[in-house]
Design a binder for this molecule. Structure first.
Ligand code: KET
Length: 449
C-alpha cells in the first residue's frame, strides 16, 4: 500500500512537469505536447517530438552557456560558483595532481565496478572530515556514509530515501536558496516549503523570521540547512544563532538535512566550517549531510561527494545503509571511481592533507582579497549605496542587491555574466577585472532603477 501511494504521488508530480500531460494509474500518459503516434522512417512524417516545447536554460549553468557565445574580449563570467586563479583560469590543485600521479603509477589499480555505496575508504574519511575524527557518532558506528555524484547526487539520494522511508514529507528550504534545491526535493516526491532566511533591508540573517517559521513547521518536518557559506546570500548564522536553531529544531523534532558544499571556503578552516553540523551531531539526534568536493578540492567535473546519515543506533545505521543501496542501484548502479580515489589518497596521507589545507586557505584568502578590492573600487567611484555587505558576506558569492534590470544592463553593456538575482561569484574575479566590474556596477546603479 505504501509503495503504491508513493508511486501515485511521484506520477502526479511528474505530470505537473509535462505541461498538459495526464498520467493514469498504470503510468500511461497522454498529452498535447508529446505525440504518441508510432515512430516512422519516412522523412515526410512529423517527429513524435514535433510539439515538444523548448525548455529554458538553467538559471545558473545557463549563464555559462550565454557567456560562451559572447565574442567580446572583455567578457567576464561571474555566474557559476567555480574558482578561478588571478589569471582567470580554472585551478587544478597541486595535491590533486600529486594524487593523480600516485594513482596512475599504481599498476595494481583496476577499473572494476565499485560497490553500490562506493569506495569504503572514501566514505570513512568523508565522515571524519565533516564530523571530526573523534566524533562519538563515528566511534559508535552510528553513521552510514555512501559515495554519491557530488553534492547534487548526495542531496538527491537523501531526498529519495526520505520520500520512501520517512513519515513526514514536508521539507523546509531557506528563502532564498541554491536554485536546484526546490527541484531536487520536489522531484523526489517531497513537498517543499520555505522558511525566512535573508532580510534584504539589513542584508543579514532574519533570525526572528527563521525561528518563527521553523517554530510553526509541523513536527518531524525536514529542514534544509546550509552548513556554511550560504548560497546565494553569503550570510551565515553566528554560533549562538546556530545553537538557537538547534534547540528549536530538536524540541520540535525537526530533521536537519545539511548541505555542505563549501567546507573550508567560508573561513579557510575545514574544522571551523563544520561547526554547525558538529553541533547538531553532538546532541545525539539524527541528521543528514550531503558533502561535495567540487569546490574545496576543485573536483567539479569529477562529481565526487557523499551522503552521511547519522542514526541513533549502530543497528539502525546498517539497516539505513541497506535501504540506501536499493535507492542507488536503479538510479546509477554505483558511483565513479576516479574522483573518490583522488579524495581518499589526499585525505589519508598526512602530508597531502596538510598541503590541501594550505591550498584551500589560499583560495579562500584570494576571495577575501577580491571582496576588499571590489569594495574599495566602488568607494573610490563614489557609487551610491552601502556596499559593506561585500566584505561582510562569506564564501564564494556576494549577493549584491542589484536587481534583474541592472543585471541585464551589465551583461548587455559590459559583458558581465551573473545570475539574475544579483549574485556574483567572487571566485571568478581577479585584480585585473575588478575595475571593469566596479565600472559596470556604478553605471548600473546610477542609470538603471
Ligand atoms: N549545494 C549548494 C549550496 C551549491 O551551491 C551547489 C553548487 C551544490 C550543492 C552542488 O554542487 P555539486 O557540483 O553537485 O557538488 N552550486 C554551484 C554550481 C551549480 O549550480 O551547480 C553554483 O551555485 O554556482
Amino acid at each position: 500500500m505504501k509503495s503504491c501511494l508513493t508511486s501515485d504521488r511521484r506520477l502526479s508530480i511528474l505530470s505537473g512537469h509535462l505541461t498538459t500531460a495526464t498520467i493514469d494509474k498504470e503510468g500511461n500518459s497522454s498529452s498535447s505536447s508529446i505525440c504518441f503516434s508510432p515512430t516512422s522512417s519516412s522523412a515526410s512524417d512529423s517527429s513524435v517530438f514535433a510539439n515538444l516545447p523548448r525548455a529554458p536554460e538553467d538559471p545558473i549553468l545557463g549563464v555559462t552557456v550565454a557567456y560562451n557565445k559572447d565574442p567580446s574580449p572583455v567578457k567576464l563570467n561571474l555566474g557559476v560558483g567555480a574558482y578561478r586563479t588571478e589569471e582567470g583560469k580554472p585551478l587544478v590543485l597541486n595535491v590533486v595532481r600529486q594524487a593523480e600521479k600516485l594513482l596512475v603509477n599504481d599498476r595494481s589499480r583496476v577499473k572494476e565496478y565499485l560497490p553500490i555505496v562506493g569506495l569504503a575508504d572514501f566514505n570513512k574519511l568523508s565522515a571524519k572530515l565533516i564530523l571530526g575524527a573523534d566524533s562519538p557518532a563515528i566511534l559508535g558506528n552510528l553513521v552510514t556514509t555512501v559515495q554519491c555524484l557530488s553534492g547534487t547526487g548526495s542531496l538527491r539520494v537523501g531526498a529519495e530515501f526520505l520520500a520512501r522511508h520517512y513519515y513526514q514529507r514536508t521539507i523546509y528550504i531557506p528563502n532564498p536558496t541554491w536554485g536546484n534545491h526546490g527541484k531536487i526535493f520536489t522531484l523526489a516526491g517531497l513537498t517543499v516549503k520555505t522558511y525566512r532566511y535573508y532580510d534584504p533591508v539589513t542584508r543579514g540573517l532574519n533570525i526572528q523570521g527563521l525561528l518563527e517559521d521553523l517554530g510553526s513547521a509541523p513536527s518531524g518536518a525536514i529542514v534544509l540547512l546550509h552548513a556554511c557559506a550560504h548560497n546565494p546570500t553569503g550570510v551565515d548564522p553566528t554560533l549562538e544563532q546556530w545553537e538557537q536553531i538547534r534547540r528549536l529544531m530538536r524540541s520540535k523534532r525537526l530533521l536537519p538535512f545539511f548541505d555542505s558544499a563549501y567546507q573550508g571556503f567560508a573561513s579557510g578552516s575545514l574544522d571551523e566550517d563544520a561547526k554547525s553540523v558538529r553541533m547538531f551531531v553532538a546532541d545525539g539526534g539524527e541528521c543528514f549531510i550531503a558533502q561535495s568536493y567540487a569546490k574545496n578540492m576543485g573536483l567539479y567535473g569529477e562529481r565526487v561527494g557523499a551522503l552521511s546519515i547519522v542514526c541513533k543506533t549502530a543497528d539502525v545505521a546498517t539497516r539505513v545503509e541497506s535501504q540506501l543501496k536499493l535507492v542507488i542501484r536503479p538510479m546509477y548502479s554505483n558511483p565513479p571511481i576516479h574522483g573518490a580515489s583522488i579524495v581518499s589518497t589526499i585525505l589519508k596521507d598526512r602530508n597531502l592533507y596538510q598541503e590541501w589545507t594550505l591550498e584551500l586557505k589560499a583560495m579562500a584568502d584570494r576571495i577575501i582579497t577580491m571582496r576588499k578590492q571590489l569594495f574599495d573600487a566602488l568607494r573610490a567611484r563614489g557609487t551610491p549605496g552601502d556596499w559593506s555587505h561585500i566584505i561582510k558576506q562569506i564564501g564564494m558569492f556576494t549577493f549584491t542587491g542589484l536587481n534583474t534590470k541592472q543585471v541585464a544592463f551589465m551583461t548587455r553593456e559590459y559583458h558581465i555574466y551573473m545570475t539574475s538575482d544579483g549574485r556574483i561569484s567572487m571566485a571568478g574575479l581577479s585584480s585585473r577585472t575588478v575595475p571593469h566590474l566596479a565600472d559596470a556596477i556604478h553605471a548600473a546603479v546610477t542609470t538603471v532603477v
